[in-house]
Each structure stands twice: as C-alpha cells, then as structure tokens.
Design a protein around this ligand. Structure first.
Ligand SMILES: [Zn+2]
Length: 171
C-alpha cells in the first residue's frame, strides 16, 4: 500500500472530504498538507453511512499528532460533516514513501530536500547516497548534523551554492 486509498473516488461526499483535508497543513512543515504527506490514508463510510477518515501520524508520539486530529476534526466540521469520525491508525506505520509527488515538490519549494529512497537507513556500506540540494539541484552536498529543526530532519550544506538546507530523512 503506497498511495492513499480512495483518493480518486467518484463519491461526491468523499471528494468534498478529500478537498477539505487537502487544506490542512502539517503542523511542522508549512505549506505541505497532510494529504501531501500521505497522512490521510482513507475516507470511507461506516455501516451507518457516516464517513470515517483514517489517518496515520508521521511519527508515533510526535506532539503534532493530537494537533493533526483536531485540525482534521475542524476541517470536517467546516465542510459540513459533523458526524464524520476520525480514526488514528498506527499500523502499518507511516513511511516517507507515502509522500505524494506534489508533496515532494512543495518540500523542495520550502527548501527541504525530500527523502531519497534508500538513503539514511544506516551507513553500513559506507557513503551516504547523494542528497540533491533543493535550491540549485547540485548533488555535491554534505551532512552537517544528523538533526535539523526537528528529529525527522537532518541538516545539510550544498557545496555548490553554499546554502545549508534540511533533508527530510527516510523512515
Ligand atoms: Zn545548492
């Protein structure tokens, strides 16, 4: 399961819900929404016909998790779905593979290098894979610190444009 289920639904109610959720920004990364990050896993109806929104937080125990639930709740209310339920699912755990193409583009625009598959999962075999600079695209970059502004990001510097940037680590 890589893409969120039912995102291209034809059900007009579910489409409205997906649109409402696409307005909810991630608390830690401005401009990137919870749909971009793949946090919204599915929108479906329960037996009573009420919509159920399933979300998987990016990091278990992350203080932003509760905030995201509240924001989803508020978005559903605004969109006219007060009876919709929000369910948090922790299994399977969220992975950076769920970030959409749109999400990766927005990360780059925010100056954050999106996750490179296979990178950062340990350096057992030596050199880290190249992390392209989100500003100039150069691959001549170096890691300055394992941790950036949050634990899920590392701090890098581009040797070409000399700018530091954050890299969204793979999970
Ligand atoms: Zn650069």
């Amino acid at each position: 399961m890589t893409a969120a289920a039912g995102r291209n639904t034809v059900d007009p109610r579910h489409r409205r819900i997906w649109r409402a959720l696409a307005e909810v920004e991630d608390p830690e990364i401005p401009y990137v929404t919870i749909v971009d990050l793949g946090i919204v896993r599915s929108v479906a109806d329960d037996e009573a016909g009420d919509p159920v929104v399933c979300i998987t937080p990016t990091y278990t125990g992350c203080p932003a998790t509760r905030l995201i639930e509240l924001q989803v709740r508020a978005a559903l209310d605004r969109a006219g779905f007060p009876h919709a339920r929000v369910e948090t699912r922790l299994s399977p755990p969220w992975t950076t593979d769920w970030i959409t193409e749109e999400g990766r583009r927005k990360l780059r625009e925010a100056g954050i290098a999106p996750p490179v598959p296979g990178a950062g999962r340990g350096t057992l075999f030596g050199a880290d894979p190249e992390i392209p600079c989100p500003r100039c695209g150069a691959t001549d970059t170096e890691r300055i610190s394992e941790f950036g502004s949050t634990a899920c990001k590392a701090l890098y510097r581009c040797r070409t444009c000399r700018e530091p940037f954050e890299y969204f680590k793979c999970l």
